[in-house]
Design a protein around this ligand. Sequence first.
Ligand code: ASP
Length: 313
Amino acid sequence: MTNFAIAIHGGAGTILKSSMTEEKERLYKAGLIAAIKAGESILSKGGSSIDAVEKSIIELENNPLFNAGKGAVFTHSGKHELDASIMNGSDLSAGAVAGVTGIKNPISLARAVKEKSEHVLLAGQGALDFAKKVNHEFENEDYFFVELRYEQLQQALKSNSIVLDHTENIHESGEKKFGTVGCVAIDKTGNLAAGTSTGGMTNKKFGRIGDSPIIGAGTYANNATCAISCTGHGELFLRAVVAYDISCLIEYKNLSLKEACQIVVMDKLVKIGGEGGLIALDKFGNIELPFNSDGMYRASLKENGEVFVGIYK
Ligand code: ASP
């Protein structure tokens, strides 16, 4: 029997205390705590890490404060194209969806791809056809409409920029925030799992896909090494194959989780301008929450332990 542990993130970026109100901070923290508790309720009863990861991410997808599910950012054409992935560390099974519209909980659809199809990654219309086949829950456009996200799109359209951000004041302050959500967990049997879900970038075009639905880049889990979920500038996280790189440093170089995270997040990503962070959990239950941005919405919880919740550096 191992001790269970779980960590979640709600995005990274230029998250400064000076641009946060007390009320907003309270709401973000409450959202993170509700999500991690949802996962804990499964793990404490001996449930599986993959169930805990899915449940925690559903909480975050249903919370409009985070850029995933309800609250996802708008694309250039005023839609929401959602990406998600999930991976099980015991057998390296994985499922992912990219560029899906109208899906209430993309993380559950990613899990259905893993368990009810012979594929790993389904995109666009094909993924929607699959969703109908497995009776996945759909929502209409109104469900995904969030005023703040709509204003962000209007700003981005005005400046003709593709915005890696979901805050109101990016243009005045240069503030960047990546609101993707993710979860990593280890259950009492020592099984690791990881998942990530996102709306991507405001004003994204041409079917742009980031790192979040890509196994090895935004998400990875392997019982022999670790479980990882990333958030940040997707293009750079793709190029650095971030999640798998951390696993490789542990597997092939015998580095600790802490050392591997330090090299990838604080050195390799920084060198190519890859702003963001990740949550990581190894087979011993060690947790690392590194980020090279000003902040990252994050929380972690160990068996018999207190919940840690953090936003700023
Ligand atoms: N990594 C995500 C993407 O590029 C964005 C985020 O983390 O918020 O789509």
